[in-house]
Ligand binder design. Structure first.
Ligand SMILES: [Zn+2]
Length: 462
């Protein structure tokens, strides 16, 4: 100690520690003392790393000591946790939180429960409160960007903004009259208004969401494609999700759903396809050529026994693959941490190859892969200078995280959503010490239980 002090004195005397060394640049948030998984191109991992945030962007990422260069209004000690990019949910219907755990595993659930319930219950209020609750769950689980498809999508936008998440939100277009559009395909006009309102929003990317190929038609899918180019907004769609859908296109056109969509010219770099379970090698080639984003919903797909999407093959062939949960009536939970373990383990089982999907690949899909699927990789998905400040800290002190030899393994095989401690979106702290700061979680619980009583009454009549 004495020796250290004397060196320090010597440095001052010789002017090595001059005035400049003490001067500090301004920052808003500095995170120290954690393992930083940057998820950049080289997949750099920084032990005992530092992340510096200013305004809504990442200013610098580096090793211990970097924090001395800056003076921040908020300093966060990660306490040896994992500092990672915010996770991205590339496909959900958050408002369906109100129906979670209802009639799971009833064979004709979709026609017996879901459609009649939606007919009777979908309203701006239901959509808002359901999306709000879904956003509460996602925020606390470290999801910083949510991709959603539903009705009254402007209400979803209000909810997502209220909680402070980033959203890619698609207004549903479908060939039947629905709650927010009395005419078939009325969602197109609704979407246009929604897009015009939110086009320049800091957190919301508005989009078209044609429900699926077979619940739309060629003419309207082409209209949507044309409009998406004019507005430069994404198109979100369920594609090749069921065997029935595949059989329909086989019989009608002797094509797969992907071949059909390509034949009518609607696949492009604005398109994000969810599920893609029933795809062949030719479909994968088409999707790659058209630069389509892929939302892989493993848990929802296996729960409904639909099948395993060849998403790993797509990822390994260089397609843009992210993870999604699907709606809480399909996948039940909206967090991405819970997806990663299933994705890793089931692809291994499917390929009978233990090395097929190492944890780093699952974390990649959950972060930068999701960003690529949404064509937003220039803005989000990794911790790098200049990117938007969507940052998550996962604590490593809970019993299930101890001991920790490998951060990727711990995240994929050991962690769960309740290990998420801090969540920052667009430079703003929305979860701190596991507490949501933007909304009263108790109130959201009450909203859902009030809805539950209404749902039970209606479900009894079905
Ligand atoms: Zn879906």
């Amino acid at each position: 100690m004495k020796k250290l002090l004397s060196i320090f004195t010597l440095l001052i005397l010789t002017g090595t520690l001059n005035k400049e060394s003490f001067s500090s640049e301004k920052a808003d948030i500095i995170i120290t003392n954690g393992t930083v998984l940057t998820m950049d191109n080289e997949k750099n991992v920084i032990e005992n790393g530092v992340v510096v945030i200013k305004d809504n962007k990442i200013l610098e990422v580096g090793q211990k000591g970097l924090e001395k260069k800056y003076k921040a209004t908020k300093n966060i000690d990660a306490n040896e946790g994992i500092i990672m990019p915010g996770m991205i949910n590339t496909h959900t219907h958050a408002s369906m939180s109100v129906f979670r755990s209802l009639a799971d595993d009833v064979p004709d659930r979709l026609t017996r429960y879901l459609f009649p319930l939606e007919n009777k219950m979908v309203s701006p209020e239901m959509v808002y409160l359901g999306a709000l609750h879904g956003s509460v769950e996602m925020a606390k689980a470290g999801v910083t960007t949510v991709t959603d498809m539903y009705y009254f999508e402007d209400e979803v936008a209000k909810a997502v903004k209220k909680i402070g998440l980033r959203g890619v939100l698609g207004e549903t277009v479908i060939k039947f009259p629905v709650a927010d559009a009395k005419e078939p395909f009325g969602g197109i006009d609704y979407a246009k208004k929604f897009i015009e309102t939110y086009k320049n929003d800091e957190l919301i990317t508005p989009a078209f969401a044609p429900h699926a190929p077979h619940t739309n038609d060629t003419e309207h899918l082409q209209i949507i494609n044309k409009l998406s180019k004019e507005y430069n907004v994404p198109v979100l769609m369920h594609v090749a999700e069921t065997e029935k859908e595949s059989e329909f296109y086989k019989e009608k056109y002797n094509m797969s759903p992907v071949e059909y969509l390509d034949s009518i010219g609607v696949l492009d770099q604005r398109f994000v396809a969810a599920h893609l379970i029933f795809v062949n090698d030719n479909d994968i080639e088409i999707l790659k050529k058209r630069d389509v984003g892929v939302a892989h919903n493993m848990v929802a797909n296996i729960k409904s026994a639909k099948g395993i999407s060849p998403a790993l093959k797509m990822h390994d062939q260089g397609l843009r693959v992210g993870l999604g949960t699907d709606g809480p009536m399909s996948g039940n939970t909206l967090d991405i941490i819970g997806q990663m373990g299933y994705v890793a383990k089931l692809h291994k089982l499917d390929t009978k190859d233990r090395s097929a999907l190492p944890p780093i690949k699952a974390v990649e899909m959950a972060t930068i892969g999701g960003a690529k699927a949404l064509h937003m990789e220039d803005k989000i998905g990794s911790l790098e200078t200049g990117k938007l400040a969507d940052v998550v800290i996962v604590e490593t002190q809970s019993a299930n995280m101890v001991p920790l030899y490998d951060a990727y393994s711990a995240l994929v095989y050991s962690a769960n959503a309740s290990n998420v401690e801090t969540v920052i979106v667009n430079g703003k702290i929305i979860v701190e010490n596991k507490v949501l700061k933007t909304y009263d979680e108790k109130l959201s619980r009450k909203n859902m239980n009030d809805f539950k009583n209404k749902v039970i009454k209606i479900a009894e009549t079905l």
